[in-house]
Design a protein around this ligand. Structure first.
Ligand code: BJW
Length: 245
C-alpha cells in the first residue's frame, strides 16, 4: 500500500509551534500581516523585519520537540517499508520535527527554517543561528544575499513534479493538521479524488475542504494520528511482510 500524507501546522501545534490560522484568533497570521512578512516583495522592502520574524521562529523551533503524531508517522514509514509498502510524507511545515522523530524521507514543499539560501549563487546551507542582512554566503562569500529557505506567497513550492507523480500512484491520501486554505497543497485532495484515491482528514476541526474527504478524524493530532496508525497497521491487508533476501 502506498500512503500519501500531507502534514500542516496542526501536527506541530502540540510541540509548541504556532499554527497560522486558528478560529480563536491566536494564529501567526492573526497577529502578523503575511503580506509584510511572507512575500518576496516584503523581503525586498524590509529585509531586517522579515529576518527578525524568522530568527525568532528559528529559536522557537530549536527549543521544540516532536510529539506523538510525528513519532507515529515515523513508525508508519518503517512498518510500511517492512511490509513492502511506502509512505510519501509531504509537509507544508518548515520545521524539522518529522526528521527529529525519525522520518527518513520528508519532502518540505514550503522549505526549511533551518536552512538559508543565497540569492546570488542559489546554494542552500544549514543555518541554526540568527540570519542577518549582511551575513556572507558560506559558498560564494558574497554578503547580503542570504534569505530563509522558505516558500513565500507568490513563489513556487518545491518538488511539485515529484509530489504530483507520488499522488497519482497513491492508494490513500491523508491530510493532517492543515486548514486547506493555501494552494497548491489545498488542491491535493481534489486531485486525489479525481484519481479515485481514498481520502482521509485528521484535524482538530473540519478544514476548508472537509467535504472532499471520505473519512474524517477530529481531535488533537498527538492522539488521533497514533490511533489512526495503530488501526492501519492492524489491518489484515497490511499484515503480510515483504519477502526478504
Ligand atoms: C490541529 C491542531 C492539533 C490545530 N491537532 N490539528 C489568491 C490571491 C493570492 C494568491 C493566491 C490566490 N489564490 C491562490 C493563491 C496562491 C497562494 C495561496 O494559496 N493563497 C491563499 C492564501 C489564497 N499560494 C501561493 O502563493 C503558493 N505558491 C503558488 O501558488 O505558486 C504558484 C505560482 C507562483 C507564482 C505565480 C503564480 C503562481 C505559495 C504558498 C506559500 C505558503 N507559505 C506559508 C509560509 C511558509 C513560511 C513560514 O512558515 O513562514 O506556508 S503561509 C503558511 O500557510 C505556511 C503553511 O505551510 C501554509 C499552510 O498552512 P497550514 O499548514 O494549513 O496551517 P493552518 O494554520 O492554516 O492550519 C492548521 C490546521 O491545524 C487548522 O485547521 C487547525 O484546526 C489544525 N490544528 N491544532 C490537529 N493539535
Amino acid at each position: 500500500m502506498r500512503i500519501f500524507v500531507l502534514s500542516g501546522a496542526g501536527i506541530s501545534a502540540e510541540s509548541g509551534l504556532g499554527t497560522f490560522r486558528d478560529p480563536d484568533g491566536t494564529g501567526i497570521w492573526s497577529r502578523f500581516d503575511p503580506m509584510k512578512l511572507a512575500t518576496p516583495e516584503a523581503f525586498a522592502r524590509d529585509p531586517e523585519t522579515v529576518q527578525a520574524f524568522y530568527n525568532a521562529r528559528r529559536q522557537n523551533l530549536l527549543a521544540a520537540e516532536p510529539n506523538a503524531a510525528h513519532a507515529a508517522l515515523a513508525r508508519l514509514e518503517t512498518e510500511l517499508e517492512r511490509r513492502g509498502g511506502e509512505l510519501v510524507l509531504v509537509t507544508q511545515n518548515i520545521d524539522d520535527l518529522h526528521e527529529r522523530a525519525g522520518s527518513r524521507r520528508v519532502l518540505h514543499m514550503h522549505g526549511e527554517l533551518l536552512k538559508a539560501r543565497c540569492m546570488r549563487c542559489a546554494e542552500v546551507t544549514a543555518w541554526t543561528g540568527d540570519l542577518g542582512t549582511r551575513d556572507a554566503c558560506p559558498a560564494c562569500g558574497q554578503r547580503g544575499g542570504l534569505r530563509p529557505h522558505v516558500v513565500w506567497f507568490g513563489e513556487m513550492p518545491f518538488g511539485m513534479d515529484q509530489i504530483f507523480a507520488a499522488l497519482a500512484g497513491a492508494d490513500l491520501f491523508v491530510a493532517i493538521g492543515t486548514s486547506g486554505s493555501v494552494y497548491p497543497a489545498a488542491g491535493f485532495v481534489a486531485e486525489a479524488r479525481a484519481s479515485g484515491i481514498r481520502t482521509c482528514e485528521i484535524n482538530l476541526d473540519p478544514s476548508d475542504n472537509a467535504g472532499l474527504f471520505d473519512e474524517h478524524l477530529y481531535g488533537p493530532a498527538s492522539a488521533s494520528v497514533p490511533a489512526w496508525v495503530d488501526r492501519l497497521l492492524a489491518d489484515p491487508r497490511l499484515a503480510k511482510a515483504a519477502p526478504t533476501g
